[in-house]
Design a protein around this ligand. Structure first.
Ligand SMILES: Nc1ncnc2c1ncn2[C@@H]1O[C@H](COP(=O)(O)OP(=O)(O)OP(=O)(O)O)[C@@H](O)[C@H]1O
Length: 252
C-alpha cells in the first residue's frame, strides 16, 4: 500500500478572476500532523474544501490512499476515511452530548443491520461512545445539552463527532478559533491525542500550537505552496518570514 495518504496533483480553484488555489501539487504522507499555514486569503480553507469534496469545481486531481477521489462526494470520501471538522456546525446544540455522539456513530455505521445482530451492535456502539466521551474529556457532561457547554467543550464535542466514524485522515480547519485562553491548552492536548495514528491537515492561526503539533508545515500564499518543511525549517525560512511580515528586503 502506498505511504501517501493524500495526493494533490495540480489542483486549481478559480473564483471569477481570482485564483484561490493555483496549481497545488503536494503529497501528504501517511501519519503525522501537517500544519497548513499562510496569510489570510492564501487558499488554505479552499484547498481543504477541495480535499473534503465540499468544492467540486476545481481543476487537477485528488488521490486518497491510492484511490482517485476527485469526483467523489463528501459522503463517499468519508467512507474512504476522510473526516473534516467544521466550526461547530456539526453539533446539534439542543441535544445532549451523548445524543450528538450517538447520531455520529450511527451515521458512521450507515448499513442495514439484521435484528439478531442489533444487541451486539448496540453494545459496541455504547463502548465506542464511552471511549469517545473519555477521549474528549466529556464523560461528566454526557447528559448536558451541547449548546450550554463552554466553547472549548463544544469544540471538543465537535471533534468527537468527527472522530466517531474513525477517519484515518483528519482535516481540521481552525479548531481553536474562538476558544478562550484558559481552554487552549486542553484543546491542544485533545488535538494531539486525536492525531495519534492518523494523518492530520491542520489549519490554525495560533502559531505556537501549529509549531508544537506539526511534524511538517506547508506554507501557502496567493493560492500556491511556497514552502514546506519541519517547524524549525519554516521558522528559519526567509521567504516565509517575508510573506508573513511583508519584509521586502528579504530575498527568496
Ligand atoms: N466562495 C467564494 N467565492 C469567491 N471568493 C472566495 C470564495 N471562497 C474563498 N474566496 C476567496 O478565495 C481566497 C482564498 O480564500 P480562503 O478562505 O481559502 O483563504 P484562507 O487561506 O483560508 O484564509 P483565512 O486564513 O483568512 O481563512 C480569498 O481571497 C477569498 O476571499
Amino acid at each position: 500500500m502506498s505511504n501517501i495518504a493524500l495526493c494533490c496533483a495540480d489542483v486549481g480553484v478559480q473564483f471569477g478572476a481570482l485564483k484561490a488555489v493555483d496549481g497545488v501539487s503536494y503529497n501528504f504522507h501517511r501519519g503525522g500532523v501537517y500544519g497548513l499555514i499562510g496569510p489570510n486569503g492564501a487558499g488554505k480553507t479552499t484547498l481543504l474544501n477541495v480535499l473534503a469534496g465540499r468544492l467540486m469545481r476545481h481543476s487537477g486531481s485528488i488521490v486518497c490512499e491510492g484511490v482517485d477521489i476527485t469526483s467523489m462526494s463528501p459522503h463517499q470520501r468519508a467512507r474512504c476515511g476522510i473526516g473534516r471538522s467544521f466550526q461547530i456546525t456539526k453539533i446539534f446544540p439542543d441535544m445532549t452530548v451523548l445524543e450528538n455522539l450517538r447520531i455520529a456513530a450511527q451515521i458512521g455505521h450507515g448499513r442495514f443491520l439484521p435484528f439478531w445482530l442489533a444487541p451486539r451492535y448496540d453494545r459496541r456502539l455504547a463502548q465506542g461512545i464511552d471511549a469517545m466521551l473519555d477521549l474528549t474529556g466529556l464523560t461528566a457532561h454526557r447528559d448536558t445539552v451541547a449548546g450550554t457547554l463552554s466553547y472549548g467543550l463544544q469544540r471538543a464535542l465537535e471533534l468527537g463527532v468527527t472522530l466517531m466514524p474513525g477517519p484515518r485522515i483528519l482535516l481540521l480547519d481552525e479548531p481553536l478559533a474562538g476558544v478562550g485562553h484558559h481552554e487552549i491548552e486542553s484543546s491542544t492536548n485533545l488535538i494531539e491525542v486525536a492525531s495519534v495514528g492518523r494523518t492530520v491537515l491542520l489549519i490554525e492561526h495560533n502559531m505556537d500550537v501549529v509549531m508544537r503539533l506539526s511534524q511538517r508545515i506547508v506554507v501557502m500564499a496567493a493560492g500556491r505552496v511556497i514552502a514546506d518543511g519541519t517547524p524549525a525549517d519554516i521558522r528559519d525560512n526567509a521567504l516565509v518570514r517575508s510573506v508573513y511580515l511583508g519584509d521586502e528586503e528579504v530575498e527568496a
